[in-house]
Design a protein around this ligand. Structure first.
Ligand SMILES: *Cc1c(COP(=O)(O)O)cnc(C)c1O
Length: 407
């Protein structure tokens, strides 16, 4: 039935030996009016053009097309365009992990002698890239608290700064960065505003004048915790300027991973909204429990920056952080008593997760920076999944009982 669409790859299959034919399999071409609903995975490293001249033109960027998957792959490109559109920008670069997106953005945008402004409340590996790697190549940094707007202004006014790298909401205590103020200060002083937007998701913060959004695709894009990826999203000119250096780290997103991430994105809004609704419910529940202090969820009216959160966000994410009043040992008992929350890193997956405070303490921080990060002995971070809300609530209740009454 399909025979009419099959064509030989070489046009002379009959004359060639089988050893040759297995390396030049027949092509199946789809008629232009007959397209797959699910995009194909372009699981190919190499792409050919009809002639040397066209190949050279493609390699020099003088014609569209793909040549080698380290510098571009159609499936990965489809994911980049999808994510750029959701974030309200027109271009993006994907790669193999969120950390790689952070590292490539920082290395691509900075040179020796540059200065970077970053924050104590930033993802640990991001701080390590800035302090350990960038410093080795002569890029200086200032590390402040994300709440210190006066310090941000002072630093930018006194030290010529290449970029400001920040997050919102922050991990783990969900501080909300004042995005409008920070981007304005950055631009007044000629710095780029780079926002790791992983916690807020692809559909939020796009209206702010952020130059580059970074996401770990491992979290809400994948959704099921089974594939890693990262992306940098921004306006075409900036992304184009980064493109020649992007990929030289060799951490390309695999086309199959890009396919899985696009599959995950089909349910992104449903998952994100369901997880946010459950997180708000459970945050309110926790706030009413004895032995629980300082529940932090940007959607709770008691969040210290509830008004800012409401002004900036429509949905508040799946991370809920709180303190067990009795301290570290009770927090450990609580964490281990949970049956449905896995003790694991990451967030935004369909299964609920819990991270004990011991695993969150930044090892490289000074006492002042530890105070900024606001992690207390009894701090517990939850990532809310898609399980039944009643089951999750019951699990939290029984674990709080264990925390309160050991043995
Ligand atoms: C997880 C995470 C990253 C790193 O992403 P990976 O995909 O795990 O490498 C970066 N930033 C934030 C805010 C994250 O939560």
């Amino acid at each position: 039935m399909s025979g009419q669409h099959e064509q030989s790859g070489s046009g002379q299959a009959g004359a060639l030996q089988r050893e040759t034919r297995v390396n030049h399999p027949p092509r199946v071409e789809l008629p232009p009016d007959n397209q797959p609903l699910t995009p194909p995975i372009y699981q190919s490293v190499k792409y050919e053009f009809g002639s040397v001249e066209e190949t050279v033109r493609a390699v020099h960027g003088k014609r569209p097309g793909f040549f080698y998957s380290r510098s571009g792959n159609p499936t990965v490109r489809q994911l980049e365009l999808l994510l750029a559109d959701l974030q309200g920008r027109d271009d993006a670069l994907a790669c193999a992990s969120g950390v790689n997106a952070v590292a490539q953005a920082l290395f691509t945008l900075t040179s020796a002698g540059d200065h970077v402004l970053c924050f104590a409340e930033t993802y640990g590996p991001t701080r390590q890239i800035i302090r350990r790697f960038l410093a080795r190549f002569g890029v200086r940094h200032t590390l402040l608290s994300i709440e210190d707007l006066a310090g941000i202004e002072r630093t930018l006014a006194t030290v010529p700064t290449r970029l400001v790298f920040f997050e919102s909401p922050t991990n783990p205590v969900t501080k909300v960065a004042d995005i409008a103020a920070i981007t304005r200060l950055a631009h007044v002083h000629g710095a780029l505003a780079v926002l790791d937007n992983t916690f807020a998701g692809f559909h939020q913060h796009g209206e702010y004048d952020v130059d580059l959004f970074i996401h770990s695709l491992t979290k809400y894009a994948a959704g099921t915790g089974d594939v890693m990826g990262g992306v940098v999203i921004g306006r075409h000119e900036l992304i184009q300027a980064m493109r020649p250096d992007w990929g030289l780290f060799g951490a390309q997103l695999d086309p199959h991973a890009a396919f899985l991430l696009m599959r995950g994105m089909k349910t992104y809004f449903l998952r994100y909204r369901a997880q946010c609704a459950a997180a708000l419910e459970l945050a309110s529940f926790l706030a009413a429990q004895p032995g629980v202090e300082r529940v932090r969820y940007p959607g709770l009216p008691t969040h210290p920056q509830a008004a800012l959160a409401r002004a900036q966000m429509r949905e508040f994410g799946s991370v809920v952080t709180f303190d067990i009043a009795a301290g570290a040992e009770a927090a450990r008992r609580f964490t281990e008593a949970l049956q449905l929350f896995a003790i694991a890193a990451s967030l935004g997956s369909t299964e609920s997760l819990v991270l004990p405070p011991q695993m969150m303490q930044p090892r490289d921080a000074t006492p002042e920076q530890l105070a900024w990060s606001d992690i207390r002995p009894g701090t517990v971070r939850l990532s809310i999944g898609l399980e039944d809300l009643g089951d999750l609530r019951a699990d939290l209740a029984q674990a709080l009982a264990v925390a309160a009454a050991p043995g």
